[in-house]
Design a protein around this ligand. Structure first.
Ligand code: HPA
Length: 252
């Protein structure tokens, strides 16, 4: 039986669709604390759900133990991992309420643990990261969103910032010049750690606000006002992820 992983971001810390489920504390070599995941059945699928920021205590993006999280997920030998992540819109063609399936990343984070290489092995694992997401999985997400008749943006460059502060207007202008379409705080180093462990990983982004200096965030970002949009875009993203899992479950 295949196992599928869903990573929830700030819009999804509990997964409500399990028919039956158990909480599992996964011990990892990182940081002492086990990673709590929920494993259960959803429409006949074996699904593991991880709340990226944690369950009880919420870790801000710069304090997430990404190595522990991804390591814990690898223990389930998943067929695929779909990560949800909320973002601000940079591309003038985009508006809050959309969802986007990224195909590239610009990494502006600093000081995060980005690798399982310890410096104590005899070889260095220089992963290829030309395409940071698993492109078969990304295309499966696009197909599922199409099949479900959803509006979505196919592709785009995700800019990852350090957070937890939001950006300055000048930073957003710079990210746009660099080629970014939307901005979030959490897909890195999650994506490269998944790649190091050879785990098929892709993302669905929820566009919840205009980035700093844009649209109705011209003077200020009111992140508290994004709750409804976050809920709605997250619901649609979960539907797409489950459709992908169903499609992949059918294929040998
Ligand atoms: N910037 C960074 N991360 C975000 C944003 C944003 O505007 N919106 C949601 N996550």
């Amino acid at each position: 039986m295949k196992t599928f992983v869903l990573i929830g971001g700030s819009g999804l810390d509990k997964f409500g669709l399990f028919e039956d489920s158990e909480q599992i504390q996964v011990k990892t070599p990182y940081d002492g604390k086990p990673v709590e995941v929920t494993r259960g059945t959803v429409e006949g699928l074996d699904v593991v759900f991880l709340s990226r920021h944690g369950v009880k205590v919420k870790r801000p993006p710069h304090m997430i133990n990404f190595r522990a999280n991804v390591w814990a997920l690898s223990m389930f030998e998943p067929d695929s991992i779909i990560a949800l992540a909320s973002v601000g819109c940079i591309d003038p063609e985009h508006q809050p309420g959309l969802i986007a399936i990224p195909d590239q990343i610009l990494d502006y984070t600093s000081g995060r643990e980005t690798s399982y290489n310890t410096g104590l092995e005899e070889t260095i694992n220089f992963i290829d990261f030309t395409y940071p997401f698993d492109m078969d999985l990304k295309e499966a997400i696009v197909k599922a969103a199409d099949d479900l008749d959803m509006d979505f943006v196919d592709g785009g460059v995700y800019a990852c910032t350090q957070g937890p502060r939001l950006e300055t207007a000048a930073e957003i202008d710079r990210f746009q010049r660099d080629g970014a379409h939307y901005v979030g705080m959490t897909l890195m180093p999650e994506a490269c750690l998944a790649k190091e462990l050879n785990l098929p990983y892709a993302a669905i982004c929820q566009l919840v606000n205009y980035a700093a200096g844009r649209g109705d965030s011209k003077d200020k970002i009111e992140i508290d006002k994004t709750v409804d949009i976050l809920r709605d875009t997250t619901d649609r993203s979960v539907k797409i992820a489950l459709q992908v899992f169903k499609d992949r479950n059918k294929n040998p």
